[in-house]
Design a protein around this ligand. Structure first.
Ligand code: ADP
Ligand code: MG
Length: 336
């Protein structure tokens, strides 16, 4: 008993003191062409900022590996050698391409990194003034097929079978980067945090006040509003929408997610949000479900354990996978 009192009097206050007060540290910056927000919750400021710096360095490293535009990247090499020769790559890139192909199989080709063969035709930077010619689309769509991305497991080489083929990680790279950023911060002792990669995020632990993180789901009709919030712990929340990058021709909105089977932007949905513990998978599936559309998309997610989905259709209907609980925000409770 005496010992216990001794412990309570001396050691408990000491331990509590040493733990200090949890604080939130956040850095906002542009990475991978998007706005990243990196948050570390920790009592030690120096450690928190060191972890955020390490996270940024990791994301920059990944960008150098997967960028299509960086002429020094292995991805660029794979693309310029399409139809010519296989390219030896790092295990990391090889594994990312292998996982990308797995998601293509899962989504029946709706998610396909070889969509990039068509990315010169559909441009969403304001430079496209009219609908691309159907003939051009037809010619490029023939080059899109994840089965023509040939992986040699022994050599660790990647070969795009046909000239003109191209791969791009626009729909999976940010999720992968978020996963890696989290791992790096956790390894340095950050028990709670968020890596938000341009709206695609992964959260772990609790916030600085010990509560679950509250993540808002953007209203696709007004980017500054939320339609719902979710309490999450150890979860990725990733959205693919038609409201960030798009063009309008004849009153029809064409957004940046391409249906690999037709070569045209996918239609029917305004946004798809995926929730699962893995940001990379969530990112790829959000794009895949956006292409698949409401019914096949929900059917797929309902088959997958531990993965949830929220869809907003063109008609502003909100659809969820089985078991997803939502706190919908009415206009009157909307925060500005
Ligand atoms: P965001 O980048 O807004 O988070 P996504 O994750 O859905 O949205 O990624 C969209 C990007 O993915 C496009 O800009 C393009 O680079 C690429 N992409 C478009 N269609 C496909 C597709 N069917 N499969 C794989 N990648 C795609
Ligand atoms: Mg995606």
């Amino acid at each position: 008993m005496k010992n216990l009192i001794f412990f309570l009097l001396i050691f408990l206050p000491l331990t509590l003191c040493a733990q200090g007060e949890l604080k939130r540290h956040t850095k906002v910056l542009k990475l991978m062409g998007s706005r990243f927000e990196i948050t570390a919750v920790h009592e030690d400021d120096t450690l928190a900022w060191e972890a955020i710096r390490a996270c940024i360095a990791e994301i920059e490293r990944i960008e150098r590996l997967i960028s299509e535009w960086d002429t020094l990247s292995q991805t660029h090499q794979i693309n310029i050698q399409a139809g010519v020769r296989p390219v030896l790559v790092d295990e990391e890139l090889f594994a990312l391409i292998r996982r990308s192909k797995k998601v293509s199989e899962l989504t029946n080709g709706a998610f396909d990194i070889s969509f990039a063969a068509i990315d010169k035709i559909w441009r969403f930077d304001g430079s496209m003034k009219e609908m691309p010619p159907a003939e051009k689309i037809k010619n490029s769509v023939r080059l899109i097929n994840y089965q023509d991305i040939l992986l040699d497991e022994n050599q660790k080489s990647v070969f795009l079978k046909n000239k003109g083929m191209k791969i791009g990680f626009g729909a999976i790279g940010k999720g992968y980067a978020a996963n890696r950023g989290k791992k790096v911060m956790q390894a340095l002792g950050i028990r709670s945090g968020i890596v938000n990669a341009g709206g695609d995020l992964i959260a772990w632990g609790n916030n600085a006040t010990g509560e679950p993180w509250k993540i808002g789901i953007t209203d696709p009709n007004d980017k500054n509003k939320m339609i719902s919030w979710l309490n999450v712990a150890d979860m990725a929340v990733v959205t693919s929408g038609d409201y960030e990058k798009f063009v309008v021709f004849d009153g029809i909105r064409y957004a940046h997610i391409i249906d690999p089977h037709t070569g045209y932007p996918a239609r029917g949905l305004k946004s798809v949000t995926i929730l699962c513990p893995d940001a990379e998978l969530a990112d790829a599936l959000a794009t895949g479900v956006f292409v698949l559309g409401e019914t096949p998309g929900l059917a797929l997610i309902n088959q997958l354990k531990g993965i949830q989905c929220l869809i907003i259709t063109d008609r502003n209907e909100i659809k969820t996978s089985q078991g997803l609980e939502l706190n919908l925000i009415s206009d009157s409770t909307q925060k500005d």
